[in-house]
Design a protein around this ligand. Structure first.
Ligand code: OAD
Length: 242
């Protein structure tokens, strides 16, 4: 297998998607058994869907909370945390996952591009997001203690913008200029932007690009190196820490 060299000049941006948590037992979105199979995504993952039927949305995210509470990081998550310990500030992890497994595996420099499943915020007022692991009973829409508005999951839904600060952090890391820029994407279908476009940004900057994925994703040909398989098996063997 090809080896990804992580030495004292490497500046590594990692992008992860649902596939990285698949071996922990968290369902992916696309593909066989995926959460979006036979379901219009807008129903549960858009502001319109929430306005139309907040009970349906909370049922969906309560089920996700229930499922993600009992799972554990897998060797793929652990490998990324180890790379970070080796590289320090020359490492950044941008994840589309909302399950918190990277942090539980020890990752610290994490940008949660799509929010966090275990946070809730008000759909009406500017109160900051709060930690919330509650699995709400069927039929419930929790209310904001400050303004009485409907609370919603702290997830970036379709049609919503990513947090400017999160995008800024990724942009700054990419353009920082020190060392040799390397980008690795793992377990992501390349179907959702802006994450899917990071590979092009890195290529423009002259960086090296790696992909670890079970199926060839939509943007596979835009990566220089593609290692096909399961991230929990491949990531622990992929890097040489020099
Ligand atoms: P997807 O479900 O679209 O894609 C998961 C990818 O992981 C697929 O390409 C699989 O082949 C691959 N895969 C599955 N098991 C794997 C394994 N063990 N090892 C490596 N790869 C594996 O998930 P994302 O790309 O994360 O957004 O989806 C992006 C966004 O779309 C999500 O954050 C979510 C979704 O709609 C929101 O909910 C806002």
């Amino acid at each position: 297998m090809k080896s990804l060299i992580l030495d004292s000049s490497t500046r590594l941006l990692v992008l992860t998607g649902a596939g990285v948590s698949a071996e922990s037992g968290v369902p992916t979105f696309r593909g066989m058994g995926g959460l979006w199979e036979n379901r219009p995504v807008e129903e549960v993952a858009s502001p319109q869907g929430f306005t139309e039927d907040p009970v349906r949305v909370w049922r969906f995210y309560s089920q996700r909370r229930e499922g993600a509470a009992g799972v554990h990081p897998n060797p793929g998550h652990t490998a990324l945390a180890e790379w970070e310990r080796h590289l320090g500030d020359r490492f950044l992890l941008a994840t589309q996952n909302v399950d918190g497994l990277h942090q539980r595996a020890g990752s610290q420099r994490v940008v949660e591009m799509h929010g966090n499943l275990f946070k809730t915020r008000c759909s009406n007022c500017e109160r900051p997001p709060m930690d919330d692991t509650t699995v709400y009973p069927e039929g419930t829409v929790p209310r904001c203690g400050a303004c009485g508005g409907s609370l919603r999951p702290h997830i970036v839904w379709f049609g919503e913008n990513l947090d400017e600060a999160d995008l800024g952090r990724i942009g700054e890391f990419l353009t920082r200029g020190d060392g040799k820029l390397v980008f690795l994407a793992a377990g992501t279908s390349g179907a959702v932007w802006p994450a899917a476009g990071l590979v092009d940004q890195v290529r423009k900057l002259g960086g090296e690009t790696w992909l670890v994925n079970f199926d060839p994703p939509e943007n596979a040909e835009r990566f220089r190196h593609f290692v096909q398989g399961r991230s929990g098996e491949l990531l622990p063997r992929l890097a040489t820490l020099a």
